[in-house]
Design a protein around this ligand. Structure first.
Ligand SMILES: Nc1nc2c(ncn2[C@@H]2O[C@H](COP(=O)(O)OP(=O)(O)OP(=O)(O)O)[C@@H](O)[C@H]2O)c(=O)[nH]1
Ligand SMILES: [Mg+2]
Length: 444
């Protein structure tokens, strides 16, 4: 249904590459010094961030989110907005106390997150009875949320006092029972309805609209603080998405529930009016204490960003290795050490994009950036073409490659590989980008 679909496959590719690294190093040409191979291995396998991600691939669980908010505030819509697709409320849709339910958000059979939805509970008269509130507290504790999200409607300024007090009460009980604080994020929803209301696309919001949103968020924050509710963060968002069936027929949100199951599964976005949802995900990520849940959140919703960050991180590691290798300037004849190193970097980045490319393919990619085509017999070719390569890949190098040049050149190749494999730029654009970076490197 959405881009989460191939996550498992992609993650497995990343992990395979990581696990194969040892083997790959051993297969490299003899002429690469053993200590260089060892350094590469140690730097990559010893990297904390990379290790955490690899462990996270096997050890993660769907985060549990406790939703609080009045009927119509947009809780269900927000869940869809976070998932980037229409998520059916499936699993064991358990109805608990009047108005609360627990459900799983799934995508292709994979649970993205678990939701405890206290639908309209804050406005329920039943809460005036101690027993009803106790039942709710029990349910929350049984659910054991990683984070609570209070959803407010930015155009409804009444009742926020009550909601804040309700949340404060829940948080206090939670703390008493669990001995840890319940992280709370406040999402001020329906910001698209702030004037001027005709701007519905996030990147078209004019400044006066953004200012109004910020003002509203400040106002809500004031009320929350005045009521003594401690929150982790607050943000103005819009969960607005219009849906259509596969045949392009737009559907009314109220009617979606009545559609046949397969139609619901195939729903597509007719209009994406989401605002600040990535920022909200960042807040949720930050607020979560449990690392397995945090990983689960990242895997489900923030993979692109995670992958980009990691690719940059790996590029830095490799640029550092290249600089170390070139501490004693590398003579032309040994240039392939650098090219092979960069080849490994490129294959790693490709694997992070979910592709499975050989070292040869990666090196061919590098050649093509330097304007050398049709590499064929890669390693022999490198030996024969070093002079040409030097000009193409390491500008400013005379008879040997210095540390600085090795660092900058490797960094440029990493960045170009990210643009090509991860951001999906075409090869022409990648070449252009690479040439520009080389020009800038020369100036340094
Ligand atoms: N313009 C706009 N409409 C929204 C937004 N979020 C939700 N809505 C609409 O508001 C209405 C209520 O949204 P829901 O997501 O069903 O609200 P809810 O909080 O789950 O309501 P209950 O399940 O009754 O507690 C629907 O018609 C949504 O389409 C938003 O950010 N902007
Ligand atoms: Mg709902």
């Amino acid at each position: 249904m959405n881009k989460c679909a191939d996550i498992n496959e992609r993650l497995q590719k990343m992990k395979n590459f990581y696990l194969k690294l040892d083997e790959m190093m051993d297969k490299l040409p003899e002429s690469i010094p053993a200590d260089t191979k060892k350094m590469i291995k140690d730097k990559i396998l010893g990297d904390k961030e990379l290790k955490e991600l690899m462990e996270g691939i096997d050890k993660n669980r769907p985060p549990r989110i406790f939703l609080v908010g009045r009927t119509g505030a947009g809780k269900s819509s927000l869940v869809n907005a976070l998932c980037g697709g229409y998520v059916a409320e499936v699993g064991d849709v358990r109805s608990c106390t009047e108005g609360t339910k627990i459900y799983n958000c799934t995508d292709n059979g994979r649970t993205l997150m678990e939701i405890l939805d206290t639908r309209g509970i804050a406005e329920s008269e039943a809460l005036n009875e101690k027993s009803a509130e106790n039942t709710l507290i029990n349910e929350i504790n049984e659910f054991s949320p990683d984070v609570a999200m209070l959803v407010l409607n930015c155009t409804h300024r009444d009742d926020v006092d009550k909601d804040a007090l309700f949340m404060k009460d829940i948080a206090a009980q939670y703390k008493k029972i669990n001995n840890v604080r319940l992280p709370i994020i406040v999402a001020v929803n329906k910001c698209d309805e702030m004037s001027p209301t005709r701007f519905k696309t996030a990147n078209e919001y004019p400044q006066n609209k953004i200012d109004k949103i910020e003002e509203a968020v400040k106002y809500f924050k004031g009320i929350i603080v005045n009521n003594g509710l401690k929150i982790d963060d607050i943000i103005g968002i819009s969960a607005l998405i219009d849906w259509q069936t596969k045949d392009g027929v737009e559907v009314d949100p109220e009617n979606i529930k009545n559609l046949p199951k397969h139609d619901i599964e195939d729903l597509e976005m007719a209009f994406d009016g989401r605002y600040n949802i990535d920022e909200l995900l960042q807040m949720l990520d930050k607020a979560m204490v449990d690392t397995e849940a945090q990983m689960g959140l990242r895997m489900a919703f923030r993979l692109e960003e995670l992958v980009r960050r990691l690719s940059n991180h790996i590029t830095n590691i490799f640029a550092g290795i290249a600089a170390t290798v070139a501490i004693t300037p590398i003579p032309i004849a040994d240039i392939y050490v650098l090219v092979v190193l960069q080849g490994i970097l490129v294959s790693l980045i490709a694997s992070l994009s979910g592709r499975d490319i050989s070292l040869e393919t990666a090196i061919e990619f590098i050649f093509s950036l330097g304007g050398v085509a049709g590499a064929g017999q890669i390693f022999r070719f490198i030996a024969q073409q070093t002079a040409k390569l030097l000009n193409g890949l390491f500008p400013g190098a005379g008879s040997a490659v210095s540390s600085t040049v090795a660092f900058a050149g490797t960094e440029s190749i990493g960045k170009t590989a990210i643009a090509y494999y991860i951001d999906g730029k075409d090869i022409k654009a990648a070449q252009k980008m690479f040439k520009k970076m080389q020009k800038d490197n020369k100036k340094k």
